[in-house]
Ligand binder design. Sequence first.
Ligand code: ATP
Ligand code: MG
Length: 342
Amino acid sequence: MFTRYVGIDLGTANTVVYVRGKGIILREPSVVAINTKTDEACSVGKDAKEIIGRTPGSIVAVSPMQNGVIADFDVAAAMIQEFIRKALKGTLLTTAHVVISIPSGITPLERRAVKEAAEKAGARPVHLVSAPVAAALGAGLTIDEPAGTMVVDIGGGTSDIAVISMNGVVSFRSVRVAGDALDQAIVNYIRKKYNLLIGERTAETIKLEIGSAFPDVHESTMEIRGRNQLNGLPENITVSSAEIREAMADPLKQVLTAIRETLANTPPELSADVLEQGITLTGGGALLRGLDKLVNRETGMPVYVAEYPLDCVAEGIGTIMTHYDRYEDLLDEEVRYYESGQ
Ligand SMILES: Nc1ncnc2c1ncn2[C@@H]1O[C@H](COP(=O)(O)OP(=O)(O)OP(=O)(O)O)[C@@H](O)[C@H]1O
Ligand SMILES: [Mg+2]
C-alpha cells in the first residue's frame, strides 16, 4: 500500500493543499462550477472562478464553504476530491491520509461534516486540526513549550484567535467576521452614502487596492463603477482610503473585541509571555494594510504579520504531518473548543 499524506486548509475563500515531502502544491479558490441541468460539477477552483459571469445561465458558481464551515456537503466533497486528485496527479496512489484544518469555534456536527466530506472524497483516515494552532506552527512559532503564544488568523469567513501553550489552546475566540464581512461592509457603505450598488467582488478589489485599517502616508483614492440605485444607470465615483477605513470600522471593531476577550481569558503568566513575544497575524486578512498597527494600538502588544499569511495554516499542517510523533496530540482535539463565543 502506498500512502500519501495530504494536508488541506479548507478555507472559506481559498483551499491550500500540502503534500508531505513536497510542500504546498495547490492554492485555489474554494469555488465549484455546477451545471444546474445535470447537477454535476463542471470545474473546480481557479477554473470555476474564471468562468463566473461568462457562462450560460445553466452553470452557476457555488462556494461550498461559508464562515469556515461546510454549507453544501456534496459540493464540498466534490471539491475536496478534485483537489486531492490534482495534488496527487502523476503519483502512484492507493490511499490519501488527510489532515484538514477547521476553525476552533465549530460545533461537533460541523466537524463531522468536514470529516465525512473528506471521507466521501476517498480520503482515509481523516484527521482534523484546529486552524489557529496550525497557523501558529506554520508561522514558525513554538507551541510545544510552556510559554504563551498568540495567533490571530483572519480569513474570508472567520477570525480565529488563540493563545497556545504546550501544544494546547489555553484561550480562544472564533468569530464569523473576517474578510468577507469587510467586503460586505464596503458594499453597504457605498450604497448608503452614494446610492450606488456595487458587487462583493468590486468591494474586495477596493479593499485590496486602497483599504487600510490605520491611517497611513500612502492614502489614496480609486474610481469605481456601480449602478445608481435611484435611476438604475451605471455611474462612476471616487472613494478614498479614509472612507473605506470608515466603512470597515465596525467589523474590525468586532475582531478587536474578540482579541481583547481572548487576552482577558488568558492566565496572567501567559499574557506576560504574549506581551513579550507579541501577537502574530496570519490568514489573508493579515495583509490588510495597517492592521498590525491597529491591533497594537488597541492591545498594547507588539504585533507581527507572518511572512506568508495565506500559507500558514497549510504549512502548519505540513509540519504536523512531517513530525507526527511530536504533534500527534494536536489532531482531533475537540471538546475543549466547543462552547466558543459566537
Ligand atoms: N492584501 C490583502 N488585504 C486585505 N485583505 C486581503 C488581502 N489579500 C487577501 N485578503 C483577504 O483575505 C481573505 C482570504 O484569506 P484566506 O485565504 O486566509 O481565507 P480562508 O482561509 O479561505 O477563509 P477562512 O479561514 O475564514 O475559512 C479574503 O477575504 C481576501 O479578501
Ligand atoms: Mg483560513
